[in-house]
Design a protein around this ligand. Sequence first.
Ligand SMILES: [Zn+2]
Length: 121
Amino acid sequence: MYCSNCGKPLPDGSRACPYCGAPSGGFAPFTAYQPNITEDNIPDEWKPISMWGYFGYEILFSIPLIGLILLIVFSVGGTKNRNLRNFARSYFCFLIVAIIVIAIILAVTSTSTFFTDILRA
Ligand SMILES: [Zn+2]
């Protein structure tokens, strides 16, 4: 008799395979159960976004005002797709960081005479 799970020979009278632990009753152990997951049967909530999908959303989010509104709507749960929601949130955080960095650069360059005046004094 051979194991129905791994195919290795089973000792006579054994109730489970000594190699993989599968019961020798001829049925697969529940640990071997793997649902057949394909892109087609993933629930909408978990559907992956393709590379061009992300690219499209990036362009969409960079439209002035409309992009920002969509970004906030998707971030707070306006979509049931978690990948899109997480992407919108990360894009929103990135936008905030970019605005802060630009603000710092503008502040430093506009007050550069202030610093040179201090150094000259
Ligand atoms: Zn086995």
